[in-house]
Design a binder for this molecule. Structure first.
Ligand code: ADP
Length: 626
């Protein structure tokens, strides 16, 4: 016999789960039945793809039995079974898929979250059982093994007898406590209703011995208990059912049962198509971002079925990257069961389905945006970034699909708005869609560069996500209106007086500005009289494709490239400070050095950049105070 400890993190998770106040203990049965069904799928798939194996429908089922006296609930399947190694590997570790990091135990008070995030399916058995025994015989093997565990201490594996291929999961149900009635998991009606609730659509029969009181034969008042094996699930997969027969709860249940996520989906899409290609599909738009969503580990894809048999867990080709958050499944009779991954990629039917699905998702999102704005805004908080990545990836190829799904914060409306809404409010004389990029709304509200545009009464879109400005650059225009940063050299506000006077300034103070540029060396590309400042003495603006905000983002990336914005130091010639500059230029060049350095560093700070040399900066302030 082999005795083993659980891996440390599994142990911790087990303890948490068993001891957490958890209101959904009943789902353990769903988890075990779903594993059983997957195991049968695997064997079924083998027989369908291997001619030397025969298929007899009768041989595929799940049996649930109860022994009240011994407090045993047993779930047997005729699936593919597990070898000794597989028992050890599959049941010795929770959550093979994700690396688990708990910041603190309080973070996961509700067991629901644990199960959701890490898919601890099988282990939920310990919520109701004091001992869990798994007896399994793998397909193609003539040995059977017994895996047994009482929970967090560890488990044992030893050889045993089992006639047929498949797996028995045997739960020794806990005794009742003051808080919990475990006895209910030994009640036939209760178990039956749990199966109905969560596992009704499982494709294989789930059998139970059901006992009913019946009139004795040839008698009119005498009753006897009559036990009969019955199939308790309807076996019709939800995606084959008629939409009118299904309610939101059915879809929600399916979502949870399938481990698509443990939030409540914001939207479900049920598609049945009969045409050039026929398929059924149920898709979900989750509410919350999965913990690994914005990492390399996240794998997009939909489950792919061929005539009801799952042929792939995550078919990536069915979803474009920008919709990678969508969960769900596709079942089609037009796909071959034997198809390999490589061939599938080029399959014409699959491409048609993918195209179809893409359009459906887009339309559903637009509907959500139009009809349930609050929900859409929630969705956008979780996945808006992905849509924006979609805009700038593949050289903007998908911008037409995505641009109407975008939301940005509006300086005037103070909420998230669409581009369509923005341009519908533009006054006739306004030529551009103005935006300001920075790290937060609060900061952007105070940004000097926004003053003049805001003063004109124009709406400004605040771009606070690091992908935003890149996406906007790729879009370039929306409905023929060009995007314009409030920090760009020319704001295109028309030749008003301000501009004329600043041009005149430019000439008058040419020498002063040149001198300042020399002091700053190559930190800036130029010093100019500002056309946009009203109350602030200085700001930085940029010329060319790369903005200061973009420079910041590029710098913070893992393999940072030295891409720099062409910075211009803008001086407000109407500000009192400017008079001091002029005076210093004429009378005291040492002071001009100090002033220039201070103003430049102030401009950096306003932009959310760090000053080049903090010690020198503070020394300079002190010098001036003396
Ligand atoms: P998940 O089902 O999410 O992978 P589980 O902890 O529920 O996680 O199961 C772990 C693994 O154990 C499964 O992926 C499967 O390989 C194996 N397994 C569980 N139950 C069975 C079963 N009844 N028959 C065959 N294999 C099983």
């Amino acid at each position: 016999m082999t005795r083993k400890e659980f891996k440390a993190e599994s142990k911790k998770l087990l303890d948490l789960m068993v001891n957490s106040v958890y209101t959904h203990r009943e789902i353990f049965l769903r988890e075990i039945i779903s594993n059983a069904s997957d195991a049968i799928d695997k064997l079924y798939y083998k027989t369908l793809t291997d001619d030397s194996l025969s298929f007899d429908k009768e041989n595929y089922y799940i049996k649930v039995s109860i022994d009240k006296e011994k407090r045993i609930l047993k779930i047997s399947d005729t699936g593919i079974g597990m070898t000794k190694e597989e028992l050890d590997e599959n049941l010795g570790v929770i959550a093979k898929s994700g690396s688990m990091t708990f910041k603190n135990d309080n973070e996961i008070k509700d067991g629901y979250d644990i199960i959701g995030q890490f898919g601890v399916g099988f282990y939920s058995a310990f919520m109701v059982a004091k001992t869990v025994t798994v007896i399994s015989k793998a397909f193609g093997s003539d040995e059977a093994f017994r895996w047994e565990s009482k929970g967090s201490e560890g488990y044992s594996i030893e050889p045993c007898e089992k006639d047929s291929v498949g797996t028995d999961v045997i739960l020794n149900i806990k005794e009742n406590t003051e808080e919990e009635q475990y006895d209910e998991y030994l009640e036939e009606y209760r178990i039956r209703s749990i199966i109905k609730k969560y596992s009704d659509f499982i494709r294989y029969p789930i059998k139970m011995d059901i006992t009913e009181r019946r009139l004795k034969e040839d008698s009119e008042k005498e009753y006897e208990d009559y036990t009969e094996e019955q199939i308790v699930n309807s076996m019709v997969p939800i995606w084959k059912k008629n939409k009118n027969e299904l309610g939101e709860e059915d879809y929600d249940n399916f979502y949870t049962e399938k481990h698509y996520g443990f939030d409540k989906p914001i939207k479900y899409i049920h598609i049945s198509v009969d045409g050039a290609v026929s398929y059924n599909s149920i898709l979900f738009i989750p509410e919350k971002t999965p913990y690994d969503f914005y990492t390399k580990e996240y794998e997009k894809g939909l489950e792919l079925y061929s005539s009801g048999v799952m042929i792939m867990g995550k078919c990536a080709d069915l979803l474009p990257d920008y919709f990678s958050f969508v969960k769900g499944m596709v079942d089609s009779e037009d796909l071959s069961l034997n198809i390999s991954r490589e061939l599938l990629q080029h399959d014409r039917q699959l491409k048609l389905i993918a195209k179809n699905i893409k359009t459906k998702i887009k339309n559903e999102l637009l509907n959500l945006l139009k009809n349930e704005r609050d929900k859409y805004v929630e969705f956008y908080k979780s996945f808006g970034r992905q849509l924006k990545y979609g805009i700038y990836s593949e050289f903007g190829m998908n911008k037409d699909v995505l641009q109407d799904l975008l939301l940005f914060y509006s300086s005037t409306e103070k909420v998230m708005v669409t581009l369509e809404e923005y341009i519908s409010r533009m006054p006739d004389e306004q030529k551009y869609i103005y935006y300001a990029a920075g790290e937060s709304i609060e900061r952007l509200d105070k940004l000097p560069q926004t003053e003049l545009v805001a003063d004109k009464g124009y709406e400004i879109l605040y771009l606070t996500d690091d992908v935003d400005e890149f996406a906007v650059k790729v879009l370039r225009t929306y409905k023929e209106k060009e995007f314009k940063s409030v920090s760009s050299g020319d704001l295109g506000l028309g030749t008003d007086q301000k501009e004329d006077s600043s041009r005149a300034d430019e000439k008058n103070y040419q020498e002063l500005f040149e001198q300042m540029k020399n002091i700053l060396t190559d930190k800036v590309n130029g010093v100019k009289a500002s056309k946009r400042l009203k109350n602030h003495p200085v700001c930085l603006s940029s010329e060319g494709e790369v903005s200061i905000e973009m420079e910041k983002i590029l710098k913070s990336m893992p393999n940072a490239q030295e891409i720099k914005a062409n910075k211009i130091l803008e001086i407000n010639t109407n500000h009192e400070v400017f008079n001091s500059l002029r005076e210093a230029y004429e009378k005291d060049r040492g002071k001009l050095d100090l002033y220039t350095d201070l103003l430049y560093n102030q401009a950096l700070l306003i932009e959310g950049l760090t000053v080049d040399d903090p010690v020198e900066f503070t020394n300079n302030i002190c010098k001036l105070m003396k």
